[in-house]
Design a binder for this molecule. Structure first.
Ligand SMILES: Cc1ncc(COP(=O)(O)O)c(C=O)c1O
Length: 330
């Protein structure tokens, strides 16, 4: 299988919003879209998306992880982008239909089917910077993806940047392309200058997240992560780890973390990134003000491995779905 996100299933779901209403979604052969060059999305970035996975178990059925919650987050993103908000049942149906139509192309765990609902503003108007797109296209793309950890559960190095914002305050918790565009330049510069994988954005000393993953500190007793606010994306992996952590007896501390506290805690706490693509990725070291600080012994920690296993056991059907996070298809 190619790198994450480079292979696509043969079918996708698509629906148009026009005349103030969603039309009927259909599953079609994957093909390029035809869009007017004046489409709102090209000029004013009226778009948002989601990313989550379906796992095919030995029973031949597919099991979509946290479908309802991802659809809820997509609706929040659409609201924040002032795009037509997809009906929850319609979007869930589109995802289920996409999974069902491509079910034979879903590789077995630890591989999966990555699902990417995407909503774009298609109003043909290049004078609409200050008005919303009243026409839109929503589609659900499906991509078989391999094991992110192939070749090992490798710790990454992060740059701690205590000056820069990842994105704007009003869009921080919206899953929209502009946020990734905003983080891209600084992240590429940091990779070139410090050899890091990502920037941990900590504007004004407040530890937030990286370009595409949340950040957690974990000890034998406690999981600490920033409390929900509008500055960062409310990750479903983060939420799942906090719930499974609570089940396992960890104290869950959702609160702000300062850079000073971070630097002090990493001598004993495990540091991890959480997200759909990376699940839990251990952080091996931090670069701050030109100095590299090792997180514990620089390796993946036992609590990270324990929490990751608890999560994957549910996703792979090896443990009961006690939180009702899975939607079965097939
Ligand atoms: C900016 C950002 N933060 C956090 C996450 C993790 O979110 P989730 O766990 O829902 O995949 C992602 C990935 O979707 C992301 O793009």
């Amino acid at each position: 299988m190619g790198p994450f996100g480079t292979e696509f299933c043969g079918y996708f779901s698509i629906v148009r919003y026009e005349n103030d209403a969603w039309q009927s979604p259909s599953v079609e052969r994957l093909a390029p879209l035809s869009l007017h060059p004046a489409a709102h999305v090209f000029h004013y970035s009226s778009s948002c998306f989601e990313g989550f996975k379906a796992y095919r178990w030995e029973d031949g059925k597919a099991h979509v992880f946290r479908l309802q919650d991802h659809v809820g987050r997509m609706r929040k993103s659409a609201t924040s982008m002032r795009l037509p908000v997809p009906d929850a049942d319609m979007l869930m149906g589109m995802v289920v239909d996409t999974v069902a139509r491509n079910i034979d192309d879903i590789p077995p765990p630890p591989s999966s089917l990555y699902l990417r609902p995407t909503l774009i503003g298609t109003l043909e108007n290049i004078g609409a910077a200050a008005s919303p797109s009243t026409e839109a296209t929503l589609f659900v793309l499906a991509s078989p993806v391999g094991d992110y950890f192939e070749g090992g559960f490798k710790p990454v190095k992060l740059l701690v940047d205590d000056t820069r914002f990842r994105t704007t305050e009003q869009l921080g918790s919206t899953k929209t392309g502009g946020n990734y565009a905003s983080a891209l330049g600084p992240t590429l510069d940091a990779k070139a200058k410090y050899g890091v994988a990502q920037i941990l954005f900590c504007p004004c000393g407040d530890v937030q997240e990286t370009g595409a993953a949340n950040f957690l500190l974990i000890s034998d007793e406690e999981i600490i992560t920033k409390a929900l606010d509008t500055s960062f994306l409310h990750g479903m992996t983060r939420d799942s780890i906090l719930k499974l952590g609570a089940d396992l007896g960890y104290t869950i501390s959702e609160r702000n973390i300062s850079v000073d506290e971070l630097l002090q805690k990493v001598s004993t706490y495990e540091a991890v990134l959480s997200g759909t693509a990376a699940c839990l990725t251990p952080v091996g070291s931090l670069v701050y003000k030109g100095e590299e600080i090792t997180v514990r012994d620089g390796g993946a920690g036992p609590n990270t491995a324990r929490l990751l296993e608890a999560l994957q056991n549910i996703q792979y059907g090896k443990a009961p779905d006690s939180h009702h996070w899975l939607t079965t298809v097939g």
